[in-house]
Design a protein around this ligand. Structure first.
Ligand code: NAD
Length: 500
């Protein structure tokens, strides 16, 4: 049985190989919990070989003309679009996401590849002529070397595509370590990159968990680390990576609040809250998990409950299903225990998805839409990222109180306000200490010509993913001060620090 299971390969130095590791774990379909493949925990030798190949290839790849690197991205974008449905189906098989949402996951990644195809203009430096007599000063961007990416389970296409296309377009080589829970989509992304014409060694893929991540964090050839995942691991990666003097960007967990003002359109609020909270089973770092109902906005609760109760989870190709299963039995057990804690701590469970079943899929990790009201900030369902289809509601009297509540929460990934009042929206946008703000937009994920700008406990580092910030993250700036003597040479040595 196990031998007939597909073994997820490594991609090292342009070769697809079966790992020699003795440690393999199952990749499962979360709707059935049946294994669909086996993924290795790469050996130290395999990790070292991937990094060595990336380091060696960097010496040639950095010399490849920028427009040629852009053309690789154009070809890759074309192939990803041509394989969009196939990628989404594969992604659904390992995450359980419904097909439309899986297509969205792939699409948000394709958009980053489109942006990477603009690399020529993004690599542009700056120049000031005559910073002193006959002296010009200009800056240019140059790649760093070997960069790596460590990605989570919840966006198997989008998040790897946040990383390696930008890094490679900028002239770096890259080692990708996808989530061991969802390695299949990443493999297909790399196959298509190879098919698009990527030279061997530019991109490597390795698999594993903590030991393999530690190998990357400590390896002297790794210059920059991009990480997306949970808070404790993000902190560990940031601390260890920077301790080893590497550049690190670490995107972490979240608790995203939507403020509902009394003047907001009720139907819009309800529709947007339902989709943003239970869509993808709440397993989005930008999911709305907290509704902050200001004043009479609390009157939406009955309609919200009714709308949420109509949403049913189901398998990936069930067009009536609102979302899929949680990623694993462990994730489900964690969400159920938090729901129980919410009840024990005195929150009102308006809608309880704990006992959820889906016909024909008795083993799936199903949790139904769950709604709590009367939640307070001391409760664990407020303090912890639940990462399930659970929406909690808090009530406040004023917008100022809502802003204070959100600013006191340690996370700062995304937030939104629903209102008909421009002044309220402006005040919220200005005072809120959260990196991505939606005004009547529930999940304000920026398009790739901006950057993905989580703040505070949701991000460790300085420069964010994709957009201009990613180019700065994946490059060094070199500044040249230049003079060509075409006139008389000034008399004598200049003993001051001044240019003249
Ligand atoms: P995770 O932290 O468990 O795993 C992420 C990656 O880290 C995986 O590749 C995993 O192999 C590796 N890893 C796990 N434990 C490790 C350890 N002890 N040491 C080193 N590496 C380790 O996260 P997950 O469960 O896959 O993803 C869900 C989390 O990711 C949620 O908290 C979610 O909010 C967050 N997330 C954040 C963003 C964002 O942009 N801020 C986006 C997506 C997901």
């Amino acid at each position: 049985m196990i031998d007939s299971m597909p073994h997820v390969p490594l991609y090292i130095d342009g070769e697809w190989t079966k790992s020699t590791s003795e440690q393999w774990i199952d990749v499962t379909n979360p709707a059935t919990n049946q294994p669909i493949a086996r993924v290795p925990m790469a050996t130290d030798d395999e990790m070292a070989a991937a990094i060595a190949s990336a380091a060696d290839t960097f010496q040639r790849w950095k010399e490849v003309a920028v427009p040629e690197r852009a053309r690789l991205m154009l070809e890759y974008q074309h192939l990803l679009k041509a394989h969009h449905d196939e990628l989404a189906e594969l992604l659904s098989s390992e995450t359980g996401k419904n097909f439309a949402d899986a297509k969205g996951d792939v699409w948000r990644g394709i958009e980053v590849v489109e942006q990477a195809a603009n690399i020529s203009s993004m690599m542009m430096g700056e120049i000031v002529e005559n910073v002193a007599t006959d002296i010009d000063c200009y800056s240019m961007t140059q790649p760093l070397g070997v960069c790596c990416g460590i990605t989570p389970f919840n966006f198997p296409a989008m998040i790897p595509l946040w990383m390696f296309p930008m890094a490679i377009a900028a002239g770096n080589t890259f080692v990708l370590k996808p989530s061991e829970q969802v390695p299949l989509t990443a493999i297909r992304l790399v196959e298509l990159f190879e098919q698009a014409g990527a030279p061997k060694g530019v991109l490597q893929i390795v698999h594993g968990g903590k030991p393999q991540v530690d190998f990357l964090l400590h390896h002297p050839e790794i210059r920059a680390i991009s990480f997306v995942g949970s808070v404790p691991v993000a902190r560990y990666i940031y601390q260890t990576g920077t301790h080893n003097l590497k550049r690190v960007q670490a995107f972490a967990g979240a608790k995203n609040h939507m403020v509902v003002m009394p003047d907001a359109n009720k139907d819009q609020v309800v529709n947007n809250l339902v989709g943003a909270s239970v869509g993808a089973a709440g397993q989005r770092c930008m999911a709305i998990s907290v509704a902050v109902l200001v004043g009479s906005a609390k009157e939406i609760l009955p309609e919200l409950k009714e709308a949420m109760s109509k949403v049913k989870p189901g398998i990936w190709n069930d067009s009536n299903a609102g979302y899929g299963p949680l990623i694993s039995p462990q994730a489900k057990a964690r969400v159920l225990s938090l729901i129980q804690e919410g009840k024990d701590e005195g929150a009102r469970c308006e809608l309880d998805g704990s006992e959820c079943t889906v016909d024909g899929y008795p083993e799936g990790n199903w949790v139904g839409p769950t709604l709590f009201s009367g939640v307070t900030t001391e409760m664990s369902i407020y303090q912890q990222e639940i990462f399930g289809p659970v929406l909690i509601c808090l009530e406040v009297d004023t917008l100022d109180e809502a802003i204070e509540l959100i600013n006191n929460n340690p996370y700062g990934n995304g937030t939104s306000i629903f209102t008909a009042c421009g002044a309220a929206a402006r005040k919220f946008q200005h005072h809120i200490q959260v990196g991505q703000v939606g005004i009547n937009v529930p999940i304000p994920v920026p398009l790739p010509f901006f950057s993905f700008t989580g703040w505070r406990g949701s991000f460790y580092g300085d420069l964010h993913a994709y957009g201009k910030q990613a180019i700065r993250f994946y490059t060094e700036t070199k500044t040249v001060t230049s003079r060509w003597f075409y006139d008389d040479i000034p008399d004598g040595p200049n003993m001051t620090i001044h240019l003249r």
